[in-house]
Design a protein around this ligand. Structure first.
Ligand code: CS2
Ligand code: MG
Length: 402
């Protein structure tokens, strides 16, 4: 099966997505997600200007060889732009191989290992009450796990609280929104949120929280300890994970489970944390970590150290990525939990998906490939709009990690 054409499609049905389309001489088309929130066109150019010309004429079934030729052949390895581009090619090739062999991608990855993929929803509120009411909505819909983020006394613009109850969309057109962060109110407020949540929601539901890279190791250790009575499923990104030895301090002081890795791109970003067992859940996802080929390597390493997979699944990645993550999570042995923020209606007018939610799990269909199809005509109705992620500042104006 030879590649005859490859191109990117940039559209904005509710938010920006970059989609890779690869066509073959067998009349089949494969899709990959090349979206890098806030830096979308850099990946589109990496693909269009540098990678896609190399693919024409290649045998689309040689996934492993194409992966290594793009990774090693670029000389400049790793990084979010490179790895997102390679990931998009890789996923499109798995989609094509499934279509060629008339089987869902999870079959190519080892076959079904579970009934469905358990997900967590996002309960956000500008107040603690609001977040708890939103969590109740998810529990009523059958979710077994819910992430809680809320405004706190003295911290009215926290991370993770946006428009609407269904999802939050942090990217804003033209100019980044500014949020504030102060460790004092945050460290005092989050335990209050979970104390109330356990009192009102009970103990059957799994609860999660994302600190979004904002704490120092000592602050993270303090928060992890303070949250122990509420038995979180995980505390996510407690510290910026570039300085991985920081996690030792956090780990030595708390048994609250730790999830890290949505900004990682390669196994090299994760291997120290995994090897030292400094985390419990690895958050790397298909689109940003070199596709299914590379994510499998990370998962297999993680399995040796009791670390489970927990693919990043925000609405700023397209349904093509979520579809690929669901096939991966259906087949991988050491699955933990999958993030699920529901895409807005417009996104589903462009991306027709075969997955569905039932009993707090997402299920993939048995259609060949990924089971996600893209309507190019409808995509043309939603042109790209430049958008930026927010920045965070301390109370005195100092820039902080967002
Ligand atoms: C996040 C994301 O889903 C998460 O856990 O941390 O909301 C993240 O901020 C965005 O995907 C950034 O693009
Ligand atoms: Mg996160």
């Amino acid at each position: 099966m030879r590649i005859t054409d490859a191109r990117t499609l940039v559209c904005s049905p509710g938010r920006n997505f970059v989609t890779l389309l690869i066509e073959t001489d067998r009349g089949l088309r494969g899709y990959g997600d090349a979206t890098l929130n806030g830096r979308e066109l850099a990946v589109a150019s990496y693909l269009d200007d540098h990678v896609l010309p190399l693919l024409i004429g290649r045998d689309a079934t040689e996934i492993e060889d194409i992966w290594h030729s793009l990774y090693k052949g670029a000389y400049w390895r790793r990084g979010p732009v490179t790895m997102t581009a390679i990931g998009a090619v890789d996923v499109a090739l798995w989609d094509l191989k499934g279509k060629l062999l008339d089987t869902p991608v999870y079959n190519l990855l080892g076959g079904r290992a579970r009934r469905g993929v358990t997900v967590y929803g996002h309960a956000n509120g500008s107040t603690i009450d609001g977040a708890i009411a939103a969590a109740r909505g998810y529990i009523d819909m059958g979710y077994r796990a819910v992430r809680l983020q809320s405004g706190l006394p003295g911290l009215e613009q926290p991370y993770g609280v946006g428009r609407g109850d269904l999802y939050y969309e942090p990217a804003a057109p033209d100019h980044p929104i500014e949020e504030t962060f102060e460790p004092g109110p945050y460290l005092r407020g989050v335990p209050q949120l979970f104390e109330r949540a356990r009192a009102e929601l009970g103990w059957e539901v799994e609860l999660l929280h994302d600190a979004h890279h904002r704490l120092t190791p000592r602050e993270a250790a303090q928060l992890g300890k303070a949250l122990e009575p509420y038995q979180l499923f995980w505390l996510e990104d407690p510290v910026p994970a570039e300085a991985q030895e920081s996690l030792r301090l956090v780990r030595h002081h708390t048994v609250t489970p730790i999830a890290i890795g949505e900004v990682f791109n390669t196994i090299q970003d994760a291997h120290q944390l995994i090897g030292e067992q400094l985390l419990d859940y690895i958050r790397t996802t298909v689109a940003h970590a070199g596709g299914l080929t590379h994510l499998q390597r990370i998962a297999h390493l993680a399995e040796l150290y009791h670390v489970r997979t927990a693919c990043h699944g925000p609405t700023d990645l397209s349904p093509v990525n979520l579809g690929a993550a669901l096939h991966f999570q259906t087949a991988v042995h050491n699955f933990g939990l999958q993030e699920y923020m529901r895409h807005p209606e417009e996104a589903h007018e462009v991306f027709r998906v075969g997955y569905w939610l039932e009993e707090g799990m997402l299920h993939v269909s048995d259609s060949p490939g990924l089971g996600v199809e893209v309507d190019e005509e409808r995509a043309a109705d939603f042109p790209y709009q430049r958008a930026y992620l927010p920045v965070a500042r301390r109370w005195d104006g100092t820039v902080h990690s967002w």
